[in-house]
Design a protein. Structure first.
Length: 94
């Protein structure tokens, strides 16, 4: 089971009180994390497929702006104002 690098979360100033690898999906690695306030987040690693993540973020933001009739996740900006972080283990977003 892949381990979520803790330095990844520091880019969003997130601290996981609980973490669970989601063993589903074929193109990305996903973790469900919960902070001490009980808020839940999905952390995704798309490996070397940065354009894939950038498109997902663009699409979610577009749907939210257009008042899409269903709930759409809101990608979080990093401390530097970006959506995607590149590490030695891949491209991540929350």
């Amino acid at each position: 089971m892949p381990i979520l690098p803790q330095e990844v979360l520091s880019n969003w100033s997130l601290k996981a009180e609980a973490e669970r690898f989601v063993d589903e999906g074929e193109s990305c690695q996903n973790w469900l994390i919960t902070n001490k306030e009980g808020e839940r987040f999905i952390v995704r690693n798309a490996g070397n497929y940065r354009k894939y993540i950038e498109f997902q973020v663009y699409l979610m933001n577009h749907l939210r702006q257009k008042d899409f009739p269903y709930l759409v996740p809101q990608p979080l900006k990093t401390n530097d104002g970006n959506n995607v972080v590149l590490t030695s283990q891949g491209n991540f977003y929350v």
